[in-house]
Each structure stands twice: as C-alpha cells, then as structure tokens.
Design a protein. Structure first.
Length: 339
C-alpha cells in the first residue's frame, strides 16, 4: 500500500515555512515536498521525504505517483511577479506549465485512488488590473469577478491557472464516454501582499512593506519604491497560512466558488512607514518611487471584498493593522536580527 501524504511544492518559500510547521502539528498525514533547494534543517525534520528538483520534471512527478498516495497538494512553487516581468517566458513555463503538470498529476492521483485530491492554489491580487487611479479609487473593495484584466505576466499566469483549476475540477475531458472530472477538488485564494517575519522578501512587487520592516530591523536605510499614498491589501503570514488550512478543510458543499479573495488590512505605504518608525525610531525610510513598479501596484485594488471567504469557510484573520505590527511583525523581526 502506498502511504497517504500531503505534497507541498515550493516548500522552502515564504508560505511553505509556516505551512509545514502547522501541518506537522495539526495533521496525522505525512508531508512530502518538492523544491529546487533543500529545506532548512529545522523544517526538514517535519517532512517524510524531500524531493530536490523542479515541478517541470515529469519523471519526478511520476516517481511520486508510484510511491505515494497524495491526498492533498499545496502548489506553492512559482516565479514571483518582479522576476517574471523580467523573464516572461520563464515565468510562463514555471507558473503555467508547472501548474498544468501538477493538475495533471493530481488528476492521475484522483483516478488512482478513486476520490478527489484537494488542490490548494495560491493566486494573487496581481490577477486584477485597474486602468487608472481614478478607477481604482471609485472601485472600492473589488470582488473576485471584477477587473480581471491583469497587466503583468505573473497576473496573467495566475488568472489563467485559476481557470485551469476550474476546468480540471468541473469539466475535464467532458467529451469522454465516462465522467473524468471531479478527481481534482481545486480551491484557490487570491492572496493580498503577505508580510512574513520568518523569511526575507523574495521579489514580489508588494514587498515594499516587508522590505521596509526588515531594513529597519537591520539598521539599514530604505528607499521605498512606491509613493506614500499607495494603498493595497495586506495580511501577515500566519493568517495567510491559517486561511489556506481553513479552505483546505472546508466541506466541499459549503463552497460557492473556486477562487476566494482574502484580506486583513489595507494601509497606505506612508501608514506602514509610520508603524515601522514606531517600532524602530532610528529608521531611515524615504520614498523613491520607481515609475514602472509603481504602475503595476497602481493597477491592483486598494481593497478587496472577501465576504465569500468569510461566509463560506469562516475566514477571520487574527491580526489587524495595529496588532499585526505591534504584536507580531516588529517583535518577531527584531528578534530575528538579534540572533
């Protein structure tokens, strides 16, 4: 008998750190991972098996298919927004072709053991695209079906993969003699900007917030690449991990859609600066907007409507803006650089 496991791709990234710890403490199912690099030893001890390699390697996925019975997939592996904009073809290869391979893998697993594989997919507010600041201001809290016209390759990748997941879940090979859909239970969250205390920022266009805090904690000057009035939704990493786990465990019948917005707070960049200065009074934080990155952030909503997530599966972030900084981010990041 193949052992039942949960598979996490891109496990060494920002979300993977918290997710592995939470799954290991709250689940009896063993964890296996795929990443291009080994996990930190402190994380690796929670994992049944680490596969070092790329999600694009078909032979690697075939090996896992033969060795394990995968009940859930957390597909975190991705090339982030800034890097994808510099290398759009590589971004498409990793973000779209990689996701397609994982969906096909989940379909094969579902067919193999006769029940649906839960597939958790982290999408992004980059899936939105508002044309100008006037429209952004008038739009208010944007719902999932609105303004789905992304301006970046990363956003296009994410939006398309949401549709691929819906296809595998509900319409896969719909002309076949037998019904083959329903073997992938696809569930996606459109994450806002995420701020982590456990890992350093890694190239997201929303990373001006975590970059600001980490620079202050290191005693380094920081020039923020967006205007002071720039406003997008954010969430601290523990709440993001909680949301993934809550959606994964929700009863399928309670879900009214496959893609959900979530958010916790939506401060301006200047409000973030004030909070960071409150925790690190000697910080040197200035603003030097980069017109190209600014244009990308300006195309994202100032806020999102996450009522569907709150009503369908009980989204309830533990941290608001004040407590997120005062009780979690500032003390944790300060401690990180003391050691």
């Amino acid at each position: 008998m193949r052992k039942q496991v949960t598979l996490i791709t891109g496990a060494s990234g920002e979300i993977g750190h918290g997710l592995i710890e939470r799954l290991a403490s709250n689940s009896e199912t063993a964890i296996i991972t795929i990443d291009l690099k080994p996990l930190d030893p402190e994380l690796g001890k929670f994992v049944e098996h680490e596969y070092i390699g790329s999600i694009l390697e078909t032979h690697l996925l075939e090996r896992i298919l033969s060795e394990y019975l995968v009940e859930a997939v957390y597909h975190l592996a991705a090339l982030l927004s800034t890097r994808t904009e510099f290398t759009p073809l590589t971004g498409h290869e990793v973000n779209v072709e990689g996701t397609l391979k994982l969906l096909d893998f989940a379909q094969a697993q579902g067919e193999s053991h006769g029940r649906a594989v839960t597939f958790l997919y982290p999408s992004s507010i980059a899936a939105y695209g508002l044309p100008n600041l006037q429209t952004k201001a008038a739009a208010g809290a944007v719902r999932e079906h609105e303004w789905n016209v992304p301006t970046t390759m990363y956003g296009c990748n994410k939006l398309y993969c949401e549709h691929l997941g819906r296809y595998y879940g509900s319409h896969y090979k719909q002309l076949a003699a037998e019904t083959l859909s329903g073997k992938v239970d696809f569930r996606a969250i459109r994450f806002p900007g995420l701020i982590s205390a456990a890992t350093v920022p890694s190239g997201g266009t929303s990373d001006f917030a975590p970059e600001m805090i980490h620079a202050a904690a290191r005693g380094e000057a920081y020039a923020c690449f967006v205007r002071p009035d720039t406003r997008i939704p954010f969430m601290v990493m523990p709440d993001a991990v909680d949301a993934l786990l809550m959606l994964a465990r929700a009863d399928h019948g309670s879900l009214s859609q496959t893609v959900y917005n979530i958010t916790a707070f939506n401060p301006s960049a200047d409000e973030i600066r004030s909070l960071v200065m409150g925790g690190f009074p000697d910080s040197q934080i200035t603003f030097a907007p980069d017109s190209k990155r600014q244009a990308i952030v300006d195309s994202w909503p100032a806020d999102v409507d996450d009522n569907a997530a709150r009503n369908d599966w009980g989204l309830a972030p533990n941290f608001d803006l004040a407590t997120g900084f005062s009780e979690f981010l500032i003390p944790r990041i300060r401690e990180r650089y003391r050691s």
